[in-house]
Design a protein around this ligand. Structure first.
Ligand code: SF4
Length: 356
């Protein structure tokens, strides 16, 4: 699929054509990653962050947000809950926080890997190669870092540099793949200033980076952030809509058929009744029930009015299971590594491409 064809699909308005796109994405999903929906237990271990991303409610520039860091004991209790609920993976997520040190995270990972059958995914921002290598050798299986947009100018506008450090997330993702991580990334849809052409470039970048996991969510403005007041009313502005997010998700499935793709909580935030289900029917094969203790959830406020912040982990668990079963799909067993990653690991030449 070339750039023009991707752009045409992003702009498609004919309902019948879109029905064909959803059906094709669902078929490619079934043929390549099967009917199982994998559950990743999300643990939001802290909301401190040194960065000032223009859209994010955890930004260091935001005052008035109560900050927290979970203790090792609290995190390990969440991991034990993941085992109890039959999840194959925990996702340890936080802002970019240097006080979550290489030793602290490495110790946690080693403890989880030596006492449970869980796969461990880390999502801790832009970290140095030494830390990443340390966590990998402690047993971390996966790393998530969204590149957010492939438009370099737009990326720089919404991600102010930290000191003189210039971000290069695509390069970092490629280095993580070389370290042996299963690598995930993704974008926001409808960032002010983002065009349809940019989004087509994002879909091409998923394929170019040969991603194992692709996370997508609509941009949801936070009123207490610099970007929150911008409307992005340019002529070619891509809307931050649920519908456009599904199109990007379906196209991601077509260009990276072997990747794991979550139906994200941002989709559920826009459409609590059926956002997750529609994502699962349009290319996704993963959901992420929240294991974060209830007292911390409102503080992990990347965007406002996030879905499911008041439910207990047990409530999230049974809700997700019944939603999966209502679609006639089954809950995935085991760690649920992406077939793309498994194929890449089998290759000695490393020349597998995920472009269909
Ligand atoms: S998006 Fe991530 S790195 Fe940026 S401010 Fe928010 S938590 Fe920090």
């Amino acid at each position: 699929m070339d750039h023009d064809e991707i752009t045409r699909w992003l702009r498609e308005e004919d309902p019948e054509a879109l029905t064909r796109l959803w059906a094709r994405a669902d078929e490619v999903r079934r043929d390549n990653v099967g009917d199982q929906v994998h559950l990743r237990g999300l643990i939001e271990i802290g909301n401190y962050c040194v960065r000032r991303c223009g859209y994010c409610g955890l930004s260091a520039g935001r005052s008035g947000l109560q900050r927290y860091r979970m203790s090792a004991g609290e995190i390990l209790d969440c991991a034990a809950q993941a085992v109890e609920y039959g999840y194959g993976t925990v996702v340890i997520q936080a802002g970019e926080d240097p006080l979550l040190t290489a030793e602290f995270i490495g110790g946690l990972v080693a403890e989880i890997k030596s006492t449970t059958p869980l796969a461990v995914t880390l999502s801790l921002g832009e970290r140095g190669d030494e830390e990443l290598a340390h966590w990998r050798s402690a047993g971390a299986d996966r790393y998530l870092l969204r590149f957010e947009t492939s438009n370099r100018g737009l990326f720089d506008r919404i991600h102010p540099p930290l000191g003189d450090r210039r971000s290069d997330r695509p390069a970092m993702l490629l280095r993580m793949a070389e370290m042996g991580y299963e690598v995930g990334s993704g974008v926001m849809v409808g960032i002010p200033g983002q065009t349809y052409d940019d989004l087509a470039g994002d879909v091409e970048t998923f394929a170019r980076l040969n991603l194992d996991m692709i996370g997508l969510g609509p941009y949801i403005p936070h009123p207490d952030t610099p970007l929150g007041a911008e409307t992005g009313a340019g002529a070619d502005q891509a809307p931050a809509s649920e519908e456009l997010t599904y199109r990007v998700m379906a196209l991601a499935r077509l260009v990276c058929p072997l990747a794991n793709i979550p139906s994200t909580s941002a989709l559920a935030t826009l459409n609590l009744a059926e956002g997750r289900e529609l994502g699962l029917a349009r290319g996704a094969n993963v959901v992420m029930p929240n294991l974060t203790p209830r007292q911390y959830r409102p503080m992990y406020e990347i965007y406002p009015a996030k879905a499911c912040i008041r439910e207990t982990a047990r409530q999230c668990h049974s809700c997700m299971r019944s939603r999966i079963e209502s679609l006639g799909r089954s809950v995935g067993l085991g760690p649920g590594a992406s077939p793309n990653y498994l194929a890449r690991r089998r290759q000695t030449s490393g020349d597998v491409t995920c472009v269909q």
